[in-house]
Design a binder for this molecule. Structure first.
Ligand SMILES: Nc1ncnc2c1ncn2[C@@H]1O[C@H](COP(=O)(O)OP(=O)(O)OP(=O)(O)O)[C@@H](O)[C@H]1O
Length: 226
């Protein structure tokens, strides 16, 4: 289970995320819906250990984390992968698509063979893999980012508005790939979007879609603050 308890984050002394909690069980897709600017991406970064909260804690499969990626042991660092809304902001523009997909494998001293297989599963043809981000479409680049996120076989995937900028067929393909990965590996998925219809389809029912602020793991103290 990927859990966040009583997470609080502020920017410039303004509280954006205030004592929220969420739990993503293995093998399940949980949706999280909320309006623009409510704090969804901030919570996503905290869950992926990319941003340290002012208060609260993230627990991965029963192991409390130190909150920051660089302080966490490798096993925890690679347990959660985050797919960002804007692929162009999430990649090094100097790298080819093949190099982007291989990046986590190289960084962790692993063989890069798996990257080609993942690229093919994502529908990326060999000619695309030699191009750089400015030479491909947003959809093609996001496919590469999804392949990159899967290279280290994360136990949890957070998809933060992953398909917002994309056409309906690319959107459906990416969601299908994530779901196939979840079913094959038993990973847990947190799908974040402002599009509640998309989330209801993705999570097989509106009852699996949480509204912001998520309160699943709130303690009485945090709940009393609302
Ligand atoms: N680094 C930062 N410094 C200051 N304010 C920030 C920073 N990051 C986010 N914010 C602010 O915090 C609030 C929440 O931002 P966040 O990106 O988490 O929301 P969101 O729900 O993901 O929005 P969207 O759906 O539009 O992506 C917003 O008001 C945003 O302007």
């Amino acid at each position: 289970m990927l859990e966040a308890h009583d997470i609080t984050v502020g920017y410039d002394r303004r509280r954006v995320v205030d004592g929220v909690g969420i739990a993503v069980p293995p093998g399940t897709t949980v949706g999280l819906a909320g309006p623009s600017g409510c704090g969804k991406s901030t919570l996503a970064r905290v869950l992926a250990l990319l941003q340290r909260p002012a208060a609260g804690r993230v627990v991965i499969d029963g192991t409390p984390t130190p909150g920051w990626r660089h302080r966490a042991p490798r096993e925890l660092r690679t347990a959660v992968a985050l797919i960002f809304q804007q692929p162009r902001l999430a990649v090094d523009p100097r790298l080819t698509l093949a190099e982007i997909i291989e990046e986590p494998l190289r960084a962790n001293g692993r063989p890069v063979d798996r990257a080609a297989e993942l690229a093919e599963e994502m529908g990326l043809t060999p000619d695309l893999l030699t191009r750089r981000p400015h030479e491909v479409s947003d959809g093609q680049l996001q496919r590469a980012c999804v392949a990159r996120a899967l290279t280290l076989r994360p136990r949890y995937l957070i998809c933060d508005e992953m398909t917002t900028m994309l056409d309906v067929s690319t959107q459906a393909h990416l969601v299908a790939r994530i779901e196939a990965y979840r079913e094959a590996t038993g990973a847990g998925v947190l799908a974040i979007s402002h599009d509640t219809d998309l989330l209801a389809r993705w999570c097989q029912g509106a009852d699996r879609v949480l509204a912001w602020p998520p309160q699943a793991a709130r303690t009485p103290r945090a709940a009393a603050n609302t």
